[in-house]
Design a protein around this ligand. Structure first.
Ligand SMILES: *Cc1c(COP(=O)(O)O)cnc(C)c1O
Length: 361
């Protein structure tokens, strides 16, 4: 079989190394994974209970409409259930939006580096990705707006951005929306929303209330700690959600995931302790990186983008850390992305990283 050219051009997604795979390969134990922005505290015990209970009904197909979860989300965000669509992780919603709106030859605008799934979903659909470089580590929305053409159907903004943790402001998004032509959808990927502390963070729900063509992506994979269950959601105008439902597989989200997500939404205490730990971890890591004279970007998420000193390559630092049982993520040739972990995991990273900076190996 010949692989079509536009499929062969897709960069395969390289997931963060699973811990047991690394330990098997290197014959080591007690390694820490700070590579996939997972929640090191795990999900709410209430969510786990709900999922466990739901397993007794897995002989039945799930509720394809996600009635209970959509209703709970509708109450939480002050929208109608018809303005919400559930996905098998928000990754699936990215793909659904692309399949709904992008025809072969159409264009999608995104930043680089940003979440790589945008590019692969667009290419898989035969679309054209317009990759606009970040400016000083942040989305350059004026430059992205300059790339709008009559063929542009989608614009992706990850806010906060992955891998940099940086954000765009309400004013910047407003200006972009002013320039957005008809027949073009702005996708705001807010996977890390819960972690944000910055006061001027864009209120994307307000844009929706103004009737803008915007789709907001959210997930239970990060702050809610349910990455392995695969559940996310999108909020958008009813007409957008209705169109996307046409391409959605009827049973795309499973019963335990829906039950766990419902319960997770109710457990405010657990979420608070997750966010508190992340804040403490962030300030610890920032203090330590400053002490080591390292350059990093200001993060609003649960990870930190560290620009390596001159002469250090991300691949070699990544591999050296790996051999010491610390899994991070290379981010381009000269930076690494480190997930904020448990206090002892953060300490372990700093200690190992510091040793490598003194005696590279
Ligand atoms: C982690 C992440 C997601 C979440 O994907 P899921 O499919 O919901 O697990 C989405 N967008 C960005 C930018 C992310 O970093």
């Amino acid at each position: 079989m010949i692989v079509p050219e536009h499929i062969a051009a897709i960069q395969p997604y390289i997931p963060g190394k699973p811990i047991d795979e690394l330990e098997r390969e290197l014959g080591i134990e007690h390694s820490v994974k700070l590579a996939s922005n997972e929640n090191p505290l795990g999900p709410s015990p209430k969510a786990l209970n709900a999922a466990t209970e739901a397993f007794s009904t897995v002989n039945r197909y799930p509720d394809g409409g996600g009635y209970h979860l959509k209703n709970a989300l509708a109450v939480k965000w002050g929208v109608r259930p018809e303005e919400i669509i559930l996905g098998n992780g928000s990754n699936e919603l990215i793909e659904m939006a692309v399949r709904t709106y992008l025809m072969p030859g159409d264009e999608a605008i995104m930043a680089t580096p940003s979440f790589v799934v945008y590019d692969s979903a667009v290419r898989a659909a035969g679309g054209i990705s317009c990759n606009v470089p970040l400016k000083d580590g942040r989305h350059d929305l004026p430059a992205m707006a300059d790339r709008l053409t009559s063929k542009t159907r989608l614009v992706f903004i990850a806010n906060p951005n992955n891998p940099t943790g940086t954000i765009v402001s309400q004013a910047e998004v407003s200006l972009l929306l002013e320039r957005l032509p008809d027949n073009c959808l702005l996708i705001m990927d807010e996977a890390y929303l819960e972690y944000v502390t910055y006061p001027d963070f864009p209120d994307s729900m307000e844009f929706l209330r103004q009737g803008r063509d915007m789709l907001i992506l959210r997930t239970f994979s990060k702050a809610y700690g349910l990455a392995g269950l695969r559940i996310g959601y999108a909020i958008g105008p009813g007409r957008v959600v209705e169109a996307m439902n046409r391409v959605r597989q009827p049973f795309n989200t499973n019963t335990p995931a829906q039950a766990a997500a419902c319960a997770a939404l109710q457990d405010h205490k657990h979420l608070e302790s997750v966010l508190e730990m992340n804040e403490k971890g962030r300030s610890y890591l920032e203090d330590e990186l400053n002490r080591l004279g390292q350059v990093f970007l200001p993060t609003q998420a649960n990870f930190i983008y560290i620009k390596l000193p001159d002469g250090f390559l991300s691949e070699s630092i990544y591999n050296s850390l790996l051999r010491k049982g610390v899994i991070v993520r290379p981010a381009g040739p000269d930076a690494i992305r480190v997930t904020i972990g448990l206090p002892e995991e953060n300490k372990r990273f700093i200690k190992t990283f510091e040793d490598l900076l003194i005696t590279p190996q």
